[in-house]
Design a protein around this ligand. Structure first.
Ligand code: KIV
Length: 283
């Protein structure tokens, strides 16, 4: 039995201020602020600061302890997508299409992307791939599904593309990545995520692609930035070069849990103020 609350209110939610069309119009303007979110309370906190919240398939690694994003399924993305849509009032919510849910054919991609949008209330989907996915992106966007592209380092292709190292650090690697970004933009994507590439390549892609390029590990030359929220909050020990830690929440959690454990063991917690008295007794 599902533990998730029944959610029949997708159509009843207020329209969010940010749309795929708005974001598309941000090319070359104030950088687009994006972060990942997987749960309602985090989405509610990020919402007022962000233009776009991505329910990334990184959820598999961040929340479920998986080694890669490959085992994440569509049901998981829909469940977390709904949770984020409950918390987001104004940011555009974009949901990642997981590995295996869109590559087989454009019809498969449409069927699954339509489920994602209709069952969550999100405003767009993201899918990885360049030239080879352009036809699918065109098929989706012509049928009412806004698409955020994802090129450069593509984690779903880790087994065929040789790991998580940065791309484009020698000029002979550039052209396929430029071609990928252009193909996806020309096919109708409202924006493209560019992951893990050297700065001069990011600058060139951003200059040559007509829609906003959202960078992750792709320098400040891009039209916007995205990070995995748990990375930038310091919840993980691993700290890739491109992540700036804006907080040390992992350390703060350990301090708090240590204090709790000490107080439970010494009976300092719960104190008088946390303790119910009999009716009629003072307080
Ligand atoms: O899954 C994810 O979180 C992503 C971003 C890091 C771009 O694809």
């Amino acid at each position: 039995m599902s533990t998730e609350p029944k959610d029949v209110s997708v159509d009843a939610r207020p329209k969010r201020q940010q749309t795929a069309k708005n974001i598309a119009g941000r090319k070359g303007g104030t950088p687009v602020v994006c972060l990942t979110a997987y749960i309602t309370p985090m989405a509610a906190r990020l919402d007022k600061h962000c233009d776009l919240l991505l329910v990334g398939d990184s959820v598999g690694m961040v929340l479920y302890g998986l080694e890669s994003t490959l085992a994440v399924d569509l049901e998981t993305m829909i469940r977390h997508g709904r949770a984020v849509c409950r918390g987001a009032k104004q940011a555009l919510v974009v949901i990642d299409m997981p590995f295996g849910s869109y590559e087989e054919s454009k019809e498969q991609a449409f069927r699954n992307a339509a489920r994602v949008l209709s069952e969550t209330g999100a405003g767009a989907v993201k899918l990885e791939g360049g030239v080879e996915m352009a036809e699918t992106v065109r098929f989706l966007t012509h049928r009412g599904i806004p698409v955020l592209g994802h090129v450069g380092l593509m984690p779903q292709s880790v087994n065929t593309n040789g790991g998580y190292g940065a791309r484009g650090r020698s000029v002979d690697e550039w052209q396929p990545i430029i071609d990928d970004a252009k193909a996806i933009a020309e096919a109708g994507a409202f924006s493209v995520v560019l992951e893990g590439v050297a700065e001069p390549l990011a600058r060139k892609v951003t200059a040559e692609v007509a829609v906003p390029v959202i960078g992750i590990g792709a320098s400040n030359a891009c039209d916007g930035q995205i990070l995995v929220t748990e990375d930038m909050l310091g919840l993980f020990a691993i700290n890739p070069k491109f992540v700036k830690r804006f907080a040390e929440i992992g350390h703060d959690i350990e301090e708090a849990i240590g204090a709790y454990a000490r107080e439970v063991r010494s009976r300092a917690f719960p104190g008088e103020e946390h303790t119910y008295k009999m009716r009629g007794a003072n307080s």
